[in-house]
Design a binder for this molecule. Structure first.
Ligand SMILES: *[C@@H]1O[C@H](CO)[C@@H](O)[C@H](O)[C@H]1NC(C)=O
Length: 116
C-alpha cells in the first residue's frame, strides 16, 4: 500500500512537472545552432546565451517564439556587429516570419533555403 502511494506521488509529480516541459522541436534548435556556428566574430557576445544544451531557445537573445513557446517565429540580431556566413539551415525554421540581420557583416549569398 505504501509503495503504491509513492508510485502515485511520483506519477503526479512527474505529470505536474511535465506541464511546463513542452518539447521544443530539435531541428529548430539545431538550425539556430548552425547559424551561430557560421558566425566567426561576435564582438558584443550577442550569441553567448545561444547554448545548444538549453533546448528551449525562447529566452535566447534576439529570438522570439510563438505564445505557446513551441516554435521560433522571429530572429532579430540587428546591430550586433556579427561577422560570418549565413547558414542555410535557417531555412529549416519553417515557422520563421521575420529575420532581421541589419548592421552585421554577413558574407556570402543568401541561401536558397531561405525562401522555403
Ligand atoms: C530588432 O532589435 C533592435 C534592437 O533591440 C530594435 O531596435 C529593432 O526595432 C528590432 N527590429 C525588429 C524588426 O524587431
Amino acid at each position: 500500500m505504501r509503495s503504491y502511494t509513492y508510485f502515485l506521488l511520483i506519477f503526479f509529480a512527474y505529470g505536474v512537472f511535465c506541464v511546463t516541459c513542452s518539447p521544443f522541436p530539435t531541428n529548430e534548435v539545431r538550425a539556430i545552432t548552425s547559424f551561430k556556428e557560421a558566425i566567426y566574430e561576435d564582438p558584443n557576445l550577442v550569441l553567448s546565451n545561444w547554448n545548444a544544451v538549453d533546448t528551449d531557445p525562447c529566452g535566447w537573445t534576439g529570438i522570439t517564439c510563438n505564445k505557446e513557446r513551441q516554435h521560433v517565429i522571429k530572429i532579430n540580431i540587428s546591430d550586433s556587429s556579427l561577422k560570418g556566413f549565413l547558414a542555410p539551415e535557417i531555412g529549416q525554421i519553417i515557422y520563421l516570419q521575420e529575420l532581421t540581420l541589419r548592421k552585421n557583416n554577413l558574407i556570402g549569398t543568401i541561401p536558397k533555403e531561405f525562401g522555403m
